[in-house]
Structures are given as structure tokens and as C-alpha cells.
Write a protein that binds this ligand. Sequence first.
Ligand code: GLA
Length: 385
Amino acid sequence: MSAFARDVAQEFGFRFGREARVSRAPGRVNVIGEHTDYNDGFVMPAALEFATLVAAAPREDRRLRVYSMTMDETRELDLAAPEGPTHEWADYVFGVAVMLEKSGLRLKGADLVVWTDIPLGAGLSSSAALEVASAHALLAASGLPFEPLAAAKIGQKAENAYVGMRCGIMDQYASACGVQDHAILIDCRSLESRPVPIPPDLKLVIANSNVKHQHAGGEYNARREACEEGVRLLAPFLGPIKALRDVAPNDLERYKAKLPDLVYRRCRHIVTENARVLEAERALNAGDPVACGRAMNASHDSMRDDFEITCKEIDILAGLAQATKGVFGSRMTGGGFGGCTVSLVEAGAVEAVTQTLIEGYRIATGLDADVFVCSPSEGAGFAAA
Ligand code: GLA
């Protein structure tokens, strides 16, 4: 068992006086494809080494009792009479329990201990990892099988219907189904995915801006509404379309005048981003990091100018990386309004790039960035023995 998993199992024994099994679900970085998931489009995330661990063992009654080592807090829920969300970390655990039961499963009560080393609120999917790790742990404690895609859907439902964030499926999917040393190309309509190798001479470097703008949740839902408005306004001209996935870039140009400018620009981000994801996949498979980096840079411009989800600090980080030798491309990753950038970097240049980002960011903003290399990990399972 990893040292972290051993600590969590030990904490469980100390608190609850018996043995537990430890489940693990990773965070994710999205290489490219932002806000395309809820438009039935394409995304290309990779699961991180940073993960959430949940130790669990069943109880005799139907209560869930969960202690967070990260928050040093305990919360409880009665599965027989579950209460609504309380707008804090435990919602992700209890939301998953409620959705598992709604799907027709009957869970046993359980004691749980949770811990994470995923930076919180940084756009690296700490919430999705807590959802997927909780699903794995609750199912295991009830003697029920874990099916990764089903668990991803339960996590998304918990977030949509319990927490109230209208997220797509990308984060939970990456956390549940990640592939070691690979990104995964997910078709968010068919929900099929294929691994895309990240070769050892290329590194994904993540830079955390350590800023998160408060309005992010509301802005996220507003972007989703603008996309839905675009589909509604384009449908009379393009026939039975269900999502922006069904709109080709030239169709959007043809009917541009039918859309308010803001809706047009939101839609333009999505339809061009879908094309960029496929181009990035092609480029990585063809051993062409230059073309992949070009698509990443264009994605950042589109998020900044058309979708308007970046912010000053993030634009500075992406700009610094893009101008640095050894960097093929750089962009914001995740929902937006702060968080992290991801850069595709030549392995030999990682140290110099890290220095440049930390120093340049400090000079430009007075803030400290945390910079680390992502080694794509496996999706959810029991913590390695
Ligand atoms: C958040 C959501 C995802 C996705 C991204 C943006 O991480 O949870 O579903 O929409 O934002 O790509």
C-alpha cells in the first residue's frame, strides 16, 4: 500500500477501531477540449498522480459517518432519511450515496475516512475525485461491484442534482477511467474513449496560478445556457440538431447573423474547440508535438476571446509558457476563472520552464505559482497494495 494509503487506513483504525479497505480516485488535467463535454463534444484529459483516498468499512445500521483528514471535520447522513446538501465538502460523498440509492442499489451504512493531495479549487477535479472515490468505497463496503463508467455517471448526477453544478462528464470519466502514461480522448456523446500515449520525451507541466475567482460557478452555468441558446436558434436552419456537436464551423459562419454576437462567440469556441481536440489527438499519435502545441495555444486564445473564461493571471501564465523555449503549447485547463495552465514541454526543458514560470509570474503579479509535472495515472480502484 502506498504510504498515503497506509496513513489513511491507520487513521481509520484509530477513529473507528476496525479495519478498512482504501479506495483511490485521481484528479485530472485536461490537455485540450474545454466546455465541450456538455455540448456532446470531444475532450482529452489525463488522470493525475494526485488523488483522493477513501477508507471505508460497513456498519450495522444505515448511517454514513465520514471524517475528512483534509478538513478535520466529521459529517453524518442517515441513508434511510437523507437530508439535502449543506454546501460543503461532504455533499460530494453524500450526493453520490443518494444517487447510488436512487439508481436502485441498496447501500449498507459505512464509516469513512477521506484524504486528498489534489490542490483544492484549482481546476484539477478534486470534487470529481471525491465523488468517484466515494462511489468506489461505498460500493465496496456494500459488497457491490464498481463499474467505472457507471460510477462516473453517478458522480456527475450527484454534482448536477445534489450539489447544483451543471458540469459535464469529463472530470468523473477521467477519474474513473484514466490510463497510466496516456491522455484519453473521450467522445462525450457515445461515452466511448481511446487512450492517447504521452511519450516519455514529452511532459505535461501544470502551473497553478493560486487564484480562483468567486463567480466561477455562476459563470459556468451561464456558459452552458449560452450554448443551449445557440442550439435553439440554429435548429430551424440546420434541422434536428441536439447539441453544438452537430454544428460544423462553416454552418455556424453561414448562420452567424441569426445569433446575438455573444451567443455566436460562445458557439464559435465550442465548434472550433471540438476540431482542435481531434487535431491534438492526431498530432500526438503522429509524433507531432508542434501541431499539438499549436492547437493548445489556439484553444487558449479561444477561451480568452470567445468563451471569456480566462483571467489576467492565467493569461500571464499561458503567455509566459508560450514564449519559452522547449514549450510546444500552453493553455488554461479546467472550468476557468483561475486555476491552472497545462503546457506541453520537451522533457529536457522542464526545469528551465518551471523556473521561468515561477519567476515570471512573481514579477508580473506578485503571486507564487506552484509548478509540477503530471505523470498520467490509472483511474479509480483500490489503493495499490
Ligand atoms: C469543469 C466541469 C467539466 C468541464 C470543464 C470545462 O471541470 O466539471 O465537466 O465542463 O469544467 O471543460
